[in-house]
Design a protein around this ligand. Structure first.
Ligand SMILES: Cc1ncc(C[n+]2csc(CCOP(=O)(O)OP(=O)(O)O)c2C)c(N)n1
Ligand code: SF4
Ligand SMILES: [Mg+2]
Length: 283
């Protein structure tokens, strides 16, 4: 029998604040997975630490609530060990762009086949409202009582610079579009990142009104392989463009590892040897 969204819900009831944008993301993800007909037992959800980190508890999949900033490398390890599984990774702006920011370029250059939902509420929600790498300049927060004095990161521009093979942005106000983007991202062979602009209602740096005012679909004629145009859209800070900025096909980590194993076992006079025979030489 076909799975419904319900089959991807765990028995744990979410404890996010009423109105948190994370509910829309959770629902959209569960719908996307049911429409893709991926069996729950073939999915792994890895999350970081933060309100967004609670995601893994709410998914009826293999799940791991990891450590702060280490969701991406943990998910990468899961995918490298079990390439047959669909690996999802979820984390916040603090988790992914602050403490864990150094992992993104490496996941991108390896082009590991996983889907990373980077939830951006422009604040540290769980720890009660400290400024994050995406908090706008001048914004007063618990850690910036006189206003933020640092430039915010531009996540899309950063992902483009790292040559991430699938880059999209959506918001918690756009569930229908989010389901479609999630399906495309999960189907993409390679590192796919969806930057979800998701209001935190308790420490409101990014409010629903701001999102509503700023979101605009990427023009229909945008060519997703046009990196320079994608960069231009990313840097237009009068808008929050939503949709697929960039998408290219290139070998994945799994492709490259398999090729190297193939090459290693067929060296030496073009003689095929097994991995076991090869290892014996070194023991
Ligand atoms: C190594 C480490 N440093 C700091 C913390 C404290 N901490 C927990 S969550 C968090 C930030 C969460 O912000 P974000 O990633 O944006 O997630 P959100 O809660 O907004 O979803 C911090 C600093 C921690 N758990 N571990
Ligand atoms: S503090 Fe903000 S991000 Fe965390 S659950 Fe509440 S509304 Fe959501
Ligand atoms: Mg956050």
């Amino acid at each position: 029998m076909k799975n419904t969204s319900q089959n991807y819900k765990s028995a744990i009831k979410p404890v996010w604040c009423p109105g948190c944008g994370n509910y829309a993301i959770l629902k959209s993800l569960q719908k996307a997975l049911s429409e893709l007909e991926i069996e729950p037992e073939n999915i792994v959800t890895v999350s970081g630490i933060g309100c967004s980190g609670r995601f893994s508890h709410y998914m009826n999949t293999y799940s791991l609530h990891g450590t702060h900033g280490r969701a991406v490398p943990t998910a990468l390890g899961a995918k490298a060990a079990r390439p047959d599984l669909t690996v999802l990774c979820v984390g916040g702006d603090g988790d992914g762009l602050g403490i864990g920011g150094g992992h993104i370029p490496h996941a991108a250059r390896k082009n590991v086949d996983l889907t990373y939902i980077l939830i951006d509420n422009r604040i540290y929600g769980l720890t009660k409202g400290q400024s994050s790498p995406t908090t706008p300049i001048d914004k007063r927060t618990k850690t910036s009582p006189y206003g933020v004095y640092e430039e915010p990161l531009n996540a899309i521009a950063m992902l483009l610079a790292y040559d991430t093979s699938f880059i999209a942005r959506i918001s918690s106000l756009q569930m229908k579009e989010m389901v479609e983007i999630l399906k495309e991202a999960i189907n993409h062979k390679g590192f796919s990142v969806i930057n979800v602009m998701s209001p935190c209602v308790t420490f409101p740096v990014l409010g629903y009104d701001t999102v509503r005012d700023l979101i605009k679909p990427i023009p229909e004629n945008h060519d997703p392989s046009d990196k320079l145009k994608a960069m231009q859209l990313a840097y237009d800070d009068t808008k929050l463009y939503t949709g697929i900025f960039y998408k290219v096909q290139k070998p994945t980590l799994e492709d490259n590892l398999n090729k190297q194993i193939e090459d290693a076992v067929s060296v030496e006079d073009n003689q095929k040897v097994t991995v076991e025979e090869l290892l014996e030489k070194y023991v």
